[in-house]
Design a protein around this ligand. Sequence first.
Ligand code: ADP
Ligand code: MG
Length: 702
Amino acid sequence: MRPSDLNALFAPVSSLPGVGPRLSKLFARLLGADEENGEALVVDLLWHLPAGLVDRRERPTIDRAVPGTIATLNVVVDRHRPSPPGRSRAPYRVQCHDETGELTLVFFHANAKWIESQLPVGAVRWVSGRLEEFGGALQIVHPDHIVDQDGFARLPLLEPIYAQTAGLGGRTIAKAAAAAIEVVPSVAEWQDPDWLKRNGWTGFKHALETVHRPAEPAEMAEDGPSWKRLAYDELLAGQLALTIVRSRLKRAGGITRTGDGAIRGRIVGALAFSLTMSQMAAVDEILSDLADPTRMLRLLQGDVGSGKTVVGLLAMAAVAESGAQSALMAPTELLARQHFRTIAPLAEAAGLKVAILTGREQGKERAPILAGVADGSTDILVGTHALFQAGVDFSDLGLAVVDEQHRFGVHQRLSLAAKGKAVDMLVMTATPIPRTLLLTHFGDMDVTRLTEKPAGRRPIATRVLPIERLSDVVAAVRRAVDEGAQVYWVCPLVEESEELDVISAEERFAALKPAFGDAVAVIHGRMSGAEKDKVMRRFIEGAVRVLVATTVIEVGVDVPDATVMIIEHAERFGLAQLHQLRGRVGRGQAESSCLLLYKGPLGETGRSRLEIMRETEDGFRIAEEDLRLRGGGEVLGTRQSGMPEFRVVRTGVHLDMLEAARDDARLALERDPRLHGERGKALRTLLYLFRKDAAMRLIEAG
Ligand code: ADP
Ligand code: MG
């Protein structure tokens, strides 16, 4: 059970003063909602550390105030000059002075009542904001703060700036964060005292307060002691959780699985291609893992299009030969169905029974599927999250294959493993994860790489064009389609379409409709599974030639005949995502091309990203550049999927502490496997604070 003194931190943000239902929704968007109750929690707000500071400590007299700087001035209000009647565009001005000079406060679209109440004539006020010079006079446009003497006493002269979301301003976040800090209890120290001393770190609560409310700008630096301590806390929590999970999986022991190769032989014989050397080596490694009596925990890494699916299939075939069942779990329904479509004919021709289970198989349909799984007649079950729900009972689950792993959390992996006695795990990912990140996010998994692409792949011609060339692009697509090509047209995700000025997939679809008629279709995440399926099928069959899509097609979709990829607003995507998307073409023998359409002006990062895409198709190089340009979370593609991997750790700054955290975690668990001792109890608190609930459940289950 979670210690009760943490309750205030695990209350929803709406428990904080001034946070009502409307703000609570916005905080859920900002911080990522809690899985159970859909609200962000106070603890999530604590981990939302400031992105910077506004320094308002400069308090000059008016004659010494420097235009262009931020300052806080003590002035007397002299007179109001409202916008002249009928000219509401003209600003509302308030004239002030101190003993050395004059200052004008300027308000556009003014609310006269509010200004009069804040700045009554004759009152003494502290005003803070950016100083400007205008027509020889000193002014502040829309002061950030207008307060009296009491207010000044409470004014944070070093004001933290927080990353915001639409509708939720920095001031509101700062207030809520300050309130959140108030409810942090003092907790027993979980770090080793010598380690703290050696690094010059302070206690947890003090470090947290310092980063949120520094007394000096340097105190909140990412490489300063307070932030570093919190980053180490996060790394330690992560390593503890991974170590716990892994040791439980290993401890459960494995089973020796060997087959005679008969089913595998039939599958390989039926393939339209021969396996690459890399694929054969991967299968061999997996076979020896399966034959080994310890449990397999293997990551199969292979760039997009390297042919991971068939490797997974052969592993499942080997398990079937040994008499056990396999599950193949995909992150989306679209992908699960695609796997089912490719795998089922091959496996069934080789004598295996394959079934699919997603959220869509309900009611009457569901019962026979579950029955086949339970009585062992189904050899391979393909599906989504639905696979690890209650009620799905395998007769003898031997292997879980998890595709595009980074979309799943640790606890989901565990739930699947819990469905069998000693389930072997094969995780497949297209993300070429650098080693350090591998350690942080996956722990000590064994890794197999598919280094080779299937023979006959042609390079993808990639071009970068401004969106102003749209009509040329449409004409080129028209020509390509006339010559028999199939085209993906990707639009960025619609979230806050008005503000972000994103052309949604629907709009693009409508715009292309006159030119392409029934040959164009649209697919996006707001459609039902059945609708998506229908569109996908028509694209695979070739009835649809141009598929307008949101990033739902990002992961894993395989339509070898598609040869043209157009990505609109390419500057809004991360490198890893662009690489994934581009990997949807270039899968067959034909020439493929990719057009990256951008809307200028491009920032420096945007420009280098598009440049890298034009230069290389090497997933590892792209991943490294991605890491360099924006930090680790993006490489794993999790930020977009709303599942932050790190809250405090900044990969460029803190990853050198990873090995220490890993050793620390191992040693702590070796000494006190169930975290019962004094430090163990404190470490439990740490796990809770970083929301490692799955690991906590394991520890408690013993
Ligand atoms: P990914 O690794 O991205 O999941 P897939 O498994 O979807 O890749 O394979 C991509 C495409 O390449 C599929 O159409 C598949 O049939 C094909 N393929 C897989 N292995 C080979 C091979 N050895 N030779 C030729 N084509 C292959
Ligand atoms: Mg795949």
